[in-house]
Design a binder for this molecule. Sequence first.
Ligand code: ADP
Length: 441
Amino acid sequence: MIWRVFRFFLFQMAGALLGWFLPLDQPLHGLLLGIVLASALWVLLDLWRGMILLAWLKEGDTASRTRVGGLWGEVADRTWRLTQSRDKKVAESQGRLNEFLAAIQSSPNGVVLLDAKDCIEWCNETAAGHFGFDPQRDVLQHIGNLLRDPVFVAYLNGENYAEDIVIVGPRSSASRPVQLAVHLHRYGEGRKLLLSRDVTSVEQAEVMRRDFVANVSHEIRTPLTVLGGFVETLQTLPLSDEERAHYLELMAQQARRMQTLVSDLLTLSRLEGSPPPGTEEWVPVAELMALCEQDGGDLSKMLVTQSHDLRFSVAGHHEIAGSHSELLSAMSNLVSNAVRYTPAGGSIEVQWQNMADGRAEFSVKDSGPGIAPEHIPRLTERFYRVDRSRSRETGGTGLGLAIVKHVAQRHGAELHIESRPGHGSRFSIVFPATRVRPIPS
Ligand code: ADP
C-alpha cells in the first residue's frame, strides 16, 4: 500500500517537474498545471482499469483471470482467488451431494422429499416405480393429488406418523398385486420424508402362514370332533360288543387320519428346514420301484374290491443320488394318488425311463378321472384338493403333491403334470443327468 502511495506521489512529482519546464509566464503555474494533469491522468487510468474489472465481473467468466494493474488489479486478483476457492467448495459440495443422491437412488426403498406444503421436492427411482411418479414431471406436485389412496390421505393429514401403513400400490392389478409399506418422518421446518417398501411378498407369506394355520387347525379339528362324538357315544349309550367294536374301529380310523396328517406335516417341515441331499448316497432305482409296487398293490387291495391293473417297468439298472426316504416318499405318493383316484379295475402304469441326454424320468400314468386344467397349477399347494370327499375317503391329507414337489426341487428334478378330465393323468419326475448313473455290473 505504501508503495502504491509512493508511486502516486512519484507520478505527481513527474507531472510537476514536466509542468515546471513548460513555457508559461510563471514556473509555479506550470508546476501546478503539471500536478493537475498528472492527477487527471491517474484518475483516467484508474477509471479505465475499473471499467476493465467491471466488464470482467459482468461477464462472470471467473475461470479466466483478468490482468489489470493498480489498485483495481489487486481487487481483480483477490476477487479471482475468492471465486476460485468458492467454486472449489461448491464443486466439492456438489460432488458430495451427487454421491449422496446416488446412494439414495440405489436404495431398495423408495424415498420422497416433501416440502412444508407436502409437495414433492425430489424422489428416487424406486419411489417413482412404487407410486408411478415421474421423477422430473411430478416435482412440485402435491403428493395427495398423485397418491389418492384414502388410507394414505388420512395418514398424511393425521399427525401420528409413529407407525407405518400398508397401502395397495397404484400399479397393483389382480394378476400382479402390489402392497407397499409407507412411513412418513418429519424433518427440517415442516418438511417430510416419505419412505416406501414393497412388502407384497411379506404380506403374501403372512397370508399363506395364516391360511396354513387355519387349514391345519381345520384338518385336525374334524377328526377330533368325530372322535369326541364316538367317545361320548361309548360313555353314554349301552352298546353291544359288536357295536362297541364298530365304534372303536371308526375311532381308530380317525386317529390314523390325524397320525398321517401330523406325519405329512413333519415331513414337509423337514423338507423345508434341511439342506438339500448331496450326491454321496446312491439309491438303486429297482429297489425304490419294488417298494412302490408293494405299497401300491397293498393300497389297491385295501381300497377297491376289483384291484387295479398295476404295471411297473424299469429300463436298465440305474441309481439316483439323493435321500432314500425322500425319493421313496415322492414316488410312492404319486403311485398312491393314482391308486386312490382311479376307480376299481382301472389301469396304472409306472415307468422308469432313461432319456437320451442322460436325464431319467419316473412316471405314473392312470386311467382315472383326470383333472381340469384350471386346477393343475394349484395341485402342489398345501391342502389344495380337487376332489375333497374322495381325498378324505381314501385317507388323503392334501399335502402329498406338495411333498412331491419339494422332494423334486431338492433333487434338482422337475415335476410335470399332464391331465385331461375323462382321460386320466400322467405325473412325472424328471431327474437331472448329474443325479442318475448306471449301476456298474
Ligand atoms: P391328497 O392327499 O388330497 O391326495 P395331494 O396333494 O396328493 O393331496 O393331491 C392334491 C389333489 O390333486 C387331490 O386332492 C386330488 O384332487 C388331485 N389328484 C392328485 N393325484 C390325482 C390323480 N392321479 N388323479 C386325479 N386327481 C388327482
